[in-house]
Design a binder for this molecule. Structure first.
Ligand SMILES: Cc1cc2nc3c(=O)[nH]c(=O)nc-3n(C[C@H](O)[C@H](O)[C@H](O)COP(=O)(O)O)c2cc1C
Length: 184
């Protein structure tokens, strides 16, 4: 089973989770990077970014060579931005549609809230099989390193379980396919 961790991150929290997941389950990694960097979060910049999210803007992203459709299981990670997902996903999914793939979504935010993942799923992943979603709160900004490690371990444990489940589903699907073809 081919696995991909697709993610974006500005300050490093989602990046840390993506690495923890990819390392645990042996997945390839793909990071979406916007061309125009986010410079600070002052009043005006915040307004601009909020409008990007609300208006479903498609910020330019650097070109990439991977294709998520080459994978059986795709973990998709995003920082929460204004109760939603990062708009670079509008750019990606506007050109690449993911159909009939198993996906699992994760997010990082300053508070406990899974709205962003519900929106991502509803806006772009209706044709996919969303196996599970999981959110965590800013893992790299914990007071203690042990707290960071615990969050990253929790996310990696979750990903491992999802991956095992996907593997079983794929085995079962293959069995069903053979039954249909060879009638046994
Ligand atoms: C523009 C912007 C908007 C944000 N909006 C939210 C929000 O609505 N809810 C929330 O819990 N966190 C919000 N955050 C906090 C980030 O989601 C959080 O710091 C996350 O861990 C950042 O991920 P990253 O380090 O991978 O970029 C926002 C951060 C930024 C920069």
């Amino acid at each position: 089973m081919k696995k991909l961790v697709l993610y974006t991150s500005v300050d490093g929290n989602t990046d840390a989770v993506a690495h923890a997941i990819a390392e645990r389950i042996g997945a390839d990694m793909a990071r979406l990077v916007r061309v125009k960097r986010v410079k600070g979060f002052g009043f005006f910049n915040n307004l601009k970014l909020r409008s990007e999210v609300l208006r479903h803007k498609k910020p330019d992203i650097f070109p990439f060579k991977w294709d998520p459709r080459d994978y059986d299981l795709i973990f998709i990670g995003t920082p929460v931005w204004f109760d939603s997902y990062n708009p670079v996903y509008n750019t990606l999914f506007n050109v690449i549609k993911i159909y009939d793939r198993k996906v699992a979504l994760f997010s990082c935010g300053e508070k406990e809230d899974t709205k962003a993942l519900t929106k991502l799923s509803n806006d772009w992943l209706k044709e996919s099989i969303v196996l599970d979603t999981k959110h965590c709160v800013e893992p790299i900004w914990c007071d203690e390193d042990s707290e960071t490690e615990a969050i990253l371990k929790d996310m990696a444990d979750w990903a491992e379980k999802v991956s095992e489940r996907a593997e079983k589903m794929i085995e079962q699907e293959e069995l069903e396919r053979r039954k249909t073809i060879y009638k046994y």
